[in-house]
Design a protein around this ligand. Structure first.
Ligand SMILES: Nc1nc2c(ncn2[C@@H]2O[C@H](COP(=O)(O)OP(=O)(O)O)[C@@H](O)[C@H]2O)c(=O)[nH]1
Ligand SMILES: Nc1ncnc2c1ncn2[C@@H]1O[C@H](COP(=O)(O)OP(=O)(O)O)[C@@H](O)[C@H]1O
Length: 438
């Protein structure tokens, strides 16, 4: 009798579970978004949010906070805006927004991922502008909230595919870093791009603004550092030097490997970021030779030369002993050193192959219901204008995402899927059509 009862309960439970799963799969196959991001707010709070909201906005709930993502920012009028409604205090918060903001959007979707970031998909845009991450609780955001004592959110642009590792080159002034980098850029112009740093030092005779450095005022640079625009910065020989997030990302966006010429303090800061780089230290054959090269270059005053030589001793100590660098190269004979550098970078036989190719661009329609299955998002672009197209649904694989604010979120994988013939409900397999893999 007991057996019979248990079997009966099991049968009813399995039937209920089957209907539940089938119901969810049906919704997804219809291109409907499951309820996980259609926030069910209590009535009084919903009213408060509605009273302040424009029609073109999306809300995402994280704990006691409601993030309202507006198609147009009220202040700038040209970018997407972010406001926060705190349910516990009933107050609106205008957060400090870090990172490059996405351009305003007539229609966008917002999906919460792992409770610390929101994927925002901008409708009617191509692959370079459609995917954005709004970080709300990542370590980067938390660190800046601590420093600023303010509510912080940070934008990171989603980029399809991966870029190759950047190369950080450090070493004392006059050792030959610039000479080696110029040779590399000249021999492999399509493979490498130089990260143009900001500096407060005055330009040398042949240096051009925007090519060798972004020459800037100290107060402007200090404000931009506060605003989170720099990946790293340091005070070197009495001046401020820094690598902006943008300087590194524009090189990677062009599908090139980024080369950074920065001091040892900067290299240490970069090691602590999400930027996965190769660290190379260039050392002189002797201190006397270093001094000879610095003087022969004739770009500094005697006082500046003395300062650089003094700093060089400390840099040589740190560079060789800290374990910070993956490779140490002695620049004695220039050609020999250059050949060794090419060995490290696998540049033996001819041009290094380009790392990113994008065979076809993504073209999202204005209306694009988004649904999430495990680490994959289905973006449905079935609209009147796309009705006849066979590839009107995209699958976006988020399982390999890397990086994030400050900078880009890379490693996104997007496939065109035909909802009529492909297994779009499957959680384990999403077919790649036409070999479109970004
Ligand atoms: N931390 C950091 N150091 C930088 C940056 N740009 C240049 N440097 C370093 O600043 C130092 C001085 O550079 P520069 O004034 O061009 O003199 P040079 O090295 O003698 O040619 C060098 O060690 C550079 O590697 C940067 O963006 N960040
Ligand atoms: N291996 C080398 N042997 C002799 N002179 C060199 C060598 N490498 C570079 N130089 C010279 O030394 C000077 C300093 O080089 P540079 O590339 O400006 O150094 P850094 O960028 O590290 O400050 C330049 O005049 C350059 O032509």
């Amino acid at each position: 009798m007991l057996n019979f009862l248990v079997e009966g309960i099991f049968f009813l439970l399995s039937l209920w579970f089957k209907f539940l799963i089938e119901g969810i799969l049906f919704l997804i196959s219809m291109g409907e978004a499951p309820a996980f991001y259609a926030d069910n707010l209590p009535g009084d709070i919903q009213k408060k949010v509605d009273a302040q909201s424009e029609c073109n906005e999306r809300t995402v709930v994280v704990g006691s906070k409601i993030y309202v993502i507006d198609g147009v920012d009220h202040e700038s009028g040209s970018t997407i805006g972010v406001r926060i409604f705190d349910k516990s205090s009933g107050e609106w918060i205008n957060p400090t927004v870090l990172g490059t903001k996405p351009k305003s959007s007539k229609h966008h979707s917002a999906v919460l991922l792992n409770d610390d970031r929101v994927l925002v998909v901008r409708g009617n845009s191509d692959s370079s502008e459609c995917l954005w991450f709004l970080e709300v609780g990542t370590p980067f955001v938390k660190e800046h909230e601590k420093n600023l004592g303010d509510e912080v959110v940070a934008w990171s642009k989603g980029v399809l595919g991966n870029a190759e590792k950047p190369i950080v080159i450090s070493g004392p002034s006059g050792v030959g870093k610039g000479t080696l980098i110029s040779k590399l850029m000249k021999e492999f112009p399509s493979a490498f791009g130089f990260s143009v740093s900001h500096t407060t030092r005055a330009p040398r005779e042949k240096e051009q603004n925007g090519i060798h450095y972004h020459f800037t005022d100290r107060n402007v640079m200090e404000r931009e550092i506060k605003d989170g625009k720099f990946l790293e910065f340091a005070s070197v020989h009495g001046n401020l030097y820094g690598t902006s997030v943008e300087a590194v990302e524009v090189v990677a966006d062009a599908g090139k490997i980024c080369i950074l010429d920065i001091d040892v303090q900067g290299a240490r800061s970069v090691r602590a970021t999400a930027l996965d780089a190769i660290f190379i230290f260039i050392s002189p054959p002797s201190f006397e030779e270093l001094e000879k090269r610095l003087r022969a270059r004739a770009t500094e005053t005697e006082e500046q030369i003395q300062k650089r030589l003094q700093n060089a001793r400390a840099e040589l100590e740190q560079g060789k002993s800290s374990g910070l660098f993956d490779h140490i190269l002695v620049n004695d004979d220039l050609e020999t050193c250059y050949e060794k550098l090419k060995d490290i970078l696998c540049l033996r036989d001819g041009v290094k192959s380009a790392c990113n190719t994008f065979p076809e661009s993504v073209d999202l329609s204005i209306e694009h219901p988004v649904s999430k299955i495990d680490q994959k998002l289905m973006i449905n672009c079935t609209t009147a204008e796309h009705e006849k197209a066979s590839n009107n649904m995209y699958a976006l694989n988020l399982s390999l995402i890397k990086g994030g604010a400050p900078g880009r979120t890379r490693g996104l994988n997007m496939y065109a899927v035909n909802p009529l013939t492909d297994d779009v409900n499957g959680t384990s397999h999403i077919p790649e059509l036409n070999g479109i893999q970004f």
